[in-house]
Design a protein around this ligand. Sequence first.
Ligand code: FMN
Ligand code: SF4
Length: 446
Amino acid sequence: MPEPNPLEKRLLLENLDRPDYTPDLACYLRHGGYASLRKALAMRPAEIVAEVKASQLRGRGGAGFSCGVKWGFIREDEKRPVYLICNADESEPGTFKDRQLIHKDPHQLLEGIAISAYAVRARVAYIYLRGEFPQGARILERALAEAREQRFIGPKVLDADFSLEIHLHRGAGAYICGEETGLIESLEGKRAYPRIKPPFFPAALGLYQCPTIVNNVETLCNIVHILRMGGAEYAKIGRPNNTGTRLIGVSGHVKRPGYFEIENGALTLGQILNELCGGVREGRKLKAIIPGGTSSKVLRMGEKFKIKLCRPDGAAVEKEVGLLDLPYDFDSLVAAGSMSGSGGVIVLDDSTDMVKALHNLNRFYAHESCGQCTPCREGTLWLQKITDRVMGGGGRSQDADLLTNIADNIAGRTICAFGEAASWPVQSFVAKFRDEFEAAGKATGP
Ligand SMILES: Cc1cc2nc3c(=O)[nH]c(=O)nc-3n(C[C@H](O)[C@H](O)[C@H](O)COP(=O)(O)O)c2cc1C
Ligand code: SF4
């Protein structure tokens, strides 16, 4: 296990730094495991929801929605069964954080699920695991058996008036199964066609048409620490509205790619690139960064961004910063026109052909569209066909505008946010690297 970088703040990954740490229950218990669950079972569910609200925890699956607010949608007098789903699909390209939590500390996740299920009054929970994670499945099955044997799950958990069964469900490898309503359809045994919201907000009409909370792996692991330290104390990590830590996975043209845990907003993209990852490859210059998985908009070196920086006294000051000075947190990256999304930071150096890079993404999104909505089904294929033609040497001068026009007509016109996920790379690549798209168009076309 490589030494953690001193710039990191390890909360969810803390156990991994212990010498000889293994993913079995005995080891987890030796280091205080399941103490938060014991604490939670002595509280009322509403008190736990209040702690999570106080922590200001935002979902780590992509959209950054408030976890406490989402849990608060479940009515205290709900008569229908309530379900909790852990979204472990981790399908966003460039993202490899949840698998670390699953492989290396599975009981932290199970404890987070058990506390969360108790808080939202769910008696059945599912882990929807990406199909390509066979090792994760083996580790989780073993951890579930251990937890069942020691009565951390099952009937009357630790003798409390609370029973919980957790089922592991393996997906079959489609990106759209990560979208929460597509995931629910898949869990019901159907094709993963996302549902229309409204009315199918999972908290109101989810699995089997019952109230369902869907949370990401990292979000649920955070719950263990919020219970341990209390919501207000947790909220001191990071900055207001951007609390806690973030797990990021850095890939691409860096000397030392890898996954890291950082305090929200404490590091800039420049520090992540240079101090955590050793900078871009030898002899190369930074060209761009995709900050939150391939669905987030690309940020170009040389761009200026107006963001709000938080002073130590909590007041916000407006400032113009360059790419390397952008703090890595939810709000700063949204202010910069992109997002921290799934925490997948992809670094591109000056050897990158942006037309070719976009073509790669277009192929992915055309392949993964579920096909329900015409703009997405047809549009993603058109986008791929255009960059296919350009890559084959048949670029035309109008291609840059055509690509943007098609993307503009997908985003905002579809059932699920896949439409945006497929369009944002196109819109941002063409707008920020138009010269490259025009040069490719001039090569052969009219
Ligand atoms: C196309 C698409 C793919 C998604 N893939 C994932 C995924 O792999 N994992 C995940 O946690 N969330 C994914 N999401 C987000 C989920 O729909 C949902 O917002 C999330 O699981 C909620 O958890 P959170 O509130 O803890 O972030 C995806 C969304 C879209 C539109
Ligand atoms: S936007 Fe695309 S992926 Fe989402 S429902 Fe429509 S066709 Fe399917």
